[in-house]
Design a protein around this ligand. Structure first.
Ligand code: ASP
Length: 408
């Protein structure tokens, strides 16, 4: 069962924290596949793992002379259009009020321009809207209702982005919190029980079972129920970034997301923030981010990486240095850092690249990966600063071990 994949007892994570953290001379362990980080082949595209399926088409477009930004946008449009990708565009998990709000930005290296949109409702392809802001306005960033009206004005269709499946997961999330608010069964429900009436382990068992029952009541298909419960207990993150470099040395990048699941309405993450979720400088290269947006904004992640490369660091060093700034912001406190997840996608103007992440995996046994296409499409593990896996935030209270074992 998905739930048991999380190690809430935390021994694996905490136990591994003493290993090589912030060795001033080292930049974490280097994976074989990614050590060189340069195939020397142009053109090249790198993206988050969910771009893998769309790289072939975009790469062919780039290789035949297509614009670098348009190539990158072709990749990120794939997950935006996919109702089953719950982290981006159509089908993205909604905010706490059940409304999907999207963020995106893009930078076009050759013309040194940028566009961005934040908190956009009802428009699926916000990455393309960010390009329209760049092309059709004298602004760089539009947000909320204004961004939506602009998108409609330039021809984007309004559509309902909340798929039935994402709506049901959101309803399940509301149910899950029903001991703390007025959602879910009330006192009059024949099955209602006072929260403190039972031992913790029994309460948890009951909670899990009830979530599965509710999932069934909401009409979530049996094969999708465990995944839905998982997304309630461990609100997922997810985003897509893509950078593209052509044979002329032109480089561009873009990032798009539905942001954090169940976020506060109006919350804007790092993805649309030029310099955080994406940054491209035609003289140096391009970088993008997925993960804990609030942490990335505070270190201006993508911009820091590009500036590090300008000063001579390799893509991997530039990314690792930026990850260390996040670690520094929490004074190396692993009790907090284990709830932070961050992956950077780094592409230098000469074709050298790196995928780096704060933690090795986003859950035990599931390593962070980066998708690459330089004539050969592949998925590579990121180079991690810290061994082990992160834990999702907001933090779910510790689940008794015996319950975790039983909940299959
Ligand atoms: N960075 C995104 C945000 O904070 C979320 C993610 O990448 O998972 O909105």
């Amino acid at each position: 069962m998905t739930v048991s994949r999380r190690d809430f007892l935390g021994t694996a994570v905490v136990g591994s924290l003493s290993l090589g953290l912030l060795d001033p001379k080292g930049y974490g362990r280097v994976s074989k596949t990614n050590e060189a980080g340069s195939s020397g082949k142009l053109p090249i595209m790198i993206s988050a793992h969910n771009g893998l399926a769309y790289l072939d088409d975009a790469y062919a477009f780039l290789a035949s002379g297509g614009d670098t930004l348009d190539a990158a946008l072709r990749v990120v449009k794939g997950p935006e259009d996919d109702p089953n990708d719950t982290s981006v565009g159509l089908g993205g998990l909604p905010n706490e009020e059940g409304v999907v709000e999207l963020d995106a930005c893009c930078m076009h290296g050759p013309t040194r321009r940028a566009g961005s949109v934040g908190g956009v409702r009802n428009i699926k392809n916000v990455s393309l809207v960010s390009k329209a802001v760049m092309n059709h306005t004298g602004h760089v960033m539009l947000v909320g209702e204004g961004a939506e009206r602009f998108a409609v004005a330039v021809g984007f269709p309004r559509e309902n982005l909340l798929t039935d499946h994402s709506r049901k997961i959101w309803l399940l999330w509301k149910e899950y919190h029903s001991t703390q608010d007025w959602w879910g069964p009330g006192l009059a429900d024949p099955h209602w029980q006072a929260p403190d009436a039972k031992p913790q382990s029994e309460l948890w068992q009951e909670r899990f079972r009830r979530l599965e029952e509710h999932a069934a009541d909401f009409g979530i298909a049996p094969e999708l129920r465990q995944e839905a419960v998982h997304k309630v207990l461990f609100p997922p993150t997810g985003t897509i970034h893509c950078s593209a470099l052509n044979t002329k040395g032109e480089v561009s990048g873009c990032t798009t997301t539905s942001g954090l699941a169940y976020k506060l309405p109006g919350r804007v993450g790092d993805s649309p923030v030029i310099g955080a979720g994406c940054y491209t400088d035609q003289d140096v290269g391009s970088a993008g981010a997925t993960g804990s947006g609030e942490e990335n904004i505070k270190v201006a992640g993508a911009h820091t990486i590009v500036e590090n490369m300008r000063r001579g660091m390799s893509p991997q060093e530039a990314g690792m240095d930026t990850l260390k700034r996040i670690v520094r912001n929490y004074n190396n406190d692993m009790n907090k850092l284990r709830f932070v997840d961050m992956t950077y996608y780094v592409l230098r103007k000469d074709g050298a690249y790196a995928g780096v992440s704060l933690w090795e995996s986003y859950e035990p046994g599931k390593p962070h990966t980066i998708a690459v296409h330089d004539g050969t499409k592949r998925s590579e593990k990121t180079v991690a600063l810290l061994p082990g896996a992160s834990v999702d935030f907001p933090a779910t209270p510790r689940v008794p071990a015996e319950v975790m074992k039983e909940f299959k």
